[in-house]
Design a binder for this molecule. Structure first.
Ligand code: KMH
Ligand code: ZN
Length: 277
């Protein structure tokens, strides 16, 4: 098996600002978190940005500050969200791609998200992919439901996406596919040949699904975007969620990937200290 790639999603966009004291809102905090995540064994940081008061923003300037803050502290793969927060416009979501992050998410279909709808019509997906091509950004396919894999194959047939790709299965969102090992196996079976994958279990499913992925040869996403708790009633810090997964993986005899090992596994170029200027 390849070394384990651990992604940390430290902020997210759907949590209330006061849900936990440990959300790293500011660029400085995000940079510090990225360094701690790297020290704990993480190799990708999935970035959403907030204003100083904790409200969501997808401003290019704020993403630039966040990117610079992360880069000043560590060599992790910086992965921008193009999902943003529910209600953001497609243009707003795609605008940050001009900063040329190494990776960015591409959610492969619409999905109910609690009482709301996370909208990703084909025109929205095509628009985001066009910007990814323009700026040379590698997608990570966010798969919340099985039909999203069929949508990705359709985009490939249209010539907008080339397989193999890296997919992240986000399981347990209320409205999306349920978080179970059976569902994870089903999705992995349905992936086109040569794809790599990770799993992001929501809430208390985060750790069990991470352990399944570690055993199956997949990769793992943890972080407060998906799960606030370390254990029942005990709020987590991002870096300790990463450290726990790294520890278990090492115990299983599967070392964790450095960022450059992760780049090699994902077919990204080796570390480039500065990419957006
Ligand atoms: N905020 C969620 C509705 C992504 O980052 O690409 C979507 C999301 C996905 O977080
Ligand atoms: Zn996200």
């Amino acid at each position: 098996m390849d070394p384990l790639i651990i992604t940390c999603a430290p902020v997210g966009a759907e949590l209330a600002p006061d849900a936990t004291p440990y959300l790293p809102y500011t660029p400085d905090k995000l940079g510090e978190t990225a360094r701690l995540v790297r020290e704990a064994g993480g190799s990708i940081v999935h970035v959403h940005c907030r204003n100083d008061d904790g409200s969501n923003t997808h401003s290019v300037e704020r993403f630039r500050e966040a990117y610079d803050a992360i880069r000043s502290q560590t060599d992790v793969i910086v992965q921008f969200s193009t999902g943003g927060a529910i209600g953001m416009t497609p243009d707003e979501r795609a605008s940050v791609l001009q900063l040329r992050p190494e990776m960015a998410t591409l959610t492969c279909g619409s999905v109910n998200f609690g009482d709301e709808i996370f909208e990703n019509s084909f025109p929205i997906m095509r628009g985001i992919l066009a910007k990814m091509h323009e700026f040379g950004v590698r997608p990570e396919l966010e798969i919340f439901d099985k039909g999203h894999l069929a949508n990705a194959r359709r985009l490939a047939k249209e010539g907008l996406l080339e397989f193999p790709q890296h997919a992240d299965f986000v399981l347990g969102v209320p409205g999306g596919m349920e978080a179970s090992v059976a569902n994870l196996c089903d999705l992995v079976d349905d992936l086109p040949d040569g794809c790599t994958w990770s799993v992001a279990g929501i809430g208390r499913s985060q750790l069990p699904l991470a352990m399944a992925a570690m055993a199956m040869g997949g990769h793992v996403r943890v972080g407060l975007e998906d799960n606030l708790y370390y254990s029942k009633g005990r709020l987590a810090r991002n870096e300790e969620l990463v450290a726990r997964v790294a520890r278990i993986s090492e115990e299983m005899g599967r070392p964790v990937a450095t960022p450059d090992q992760a780049r090699a596994i994902l077919g990204l170029q080796a570390f480039r200290p500065s990419v957006h200027n």
